[in-house]
Write a protein that binds this ligand. Sequence first.
Ligand code: SF4
Ligand code: ZN
Length: 300
Amino acid sequence: MRCRICGGKPIIYMPHHRLALCKEDFIRWFENYTQKTIKEFRMFSKEDRILVAVSGGKDSLALWLVLRKLGYEADGFYLHLGIGEYSERSKEKVLNFAHRVGAQVHIVDLKEEAAGIPELKEVSSRETCSLCGLVKRYYFNKVAKDKGYNVVATGHNLDDEASSLLANVINWNMKYLGRKYPVLKEEEGFVRKVKPFCRFTEKETALYSLLMGIDFIEEECPFSEDASSIFFKEILNSIEERSPGTKMRFYLDYLRKVYPIFKKEEKRDLKRCKICGEPSPSEICPVCRLKERSLSLKGS
Ligand code: SF4
Ligand code: ZN
């Protein structure tokens, strides 16, 4: 097998694209393909102000780098989740990387806002990752608005998207499926949300990060073992092994053929939270309720 562009020695073969590439051509392809995704899904333009939600992991840092290289105005946002050493180390990685890309990074410390994820879990009936997801979505949106960004970009890759799609198809979670798209347009109280890496596999983002010398946090969040997403990723990987290209087909066919049907199902009836003013399904939003309950922890 040879690199399709230069005929040199390939370092990767991507069966879903029927494409083998050498190191230099892979880097170029990866960046151009990100641009292609941004354009095809009309995610944003050079006029937009983009806030990249960075966790310190390979995907979000790679996304930040690519967007900067492509000439977009992209700053970082790091939410310190208060998950012990793991959060401390990932914050370090983010700060160092911000320096490398010469961009601004906004930081919010959840412990200063309310309490860390492990403490909030004590006052919530949600699973840890579902609670964490709720808090992240709230702050990504709020901080973007407060700081004058109109787009929030996250580093979700194809494996993330396809596995969460599978989990929600199995449970026929219609509400979720109606919002499962790599661009969610801005609406009252919400900035636009985009996922420019949604067509890259985990293997591809990992290779790009490695080749670009991105110093990311390699250890997993201690709660990730509970994450059911890992289970669904494993299922998809074993299907992929037997039938290469299935993962990509599953996701892209969903976007093309099924999403337009589910989209109609989705109706959101949101009020404004009495405390923080953010969009909320109830008088007081779930995050403000968590904050209130976390006060009991501080009192005890
Ligand atoms: Fe949050 Fe769960 Fe991810 Fe840890 S694994 S950062 S708790 S969503
Ligand atoms: Zn609120």
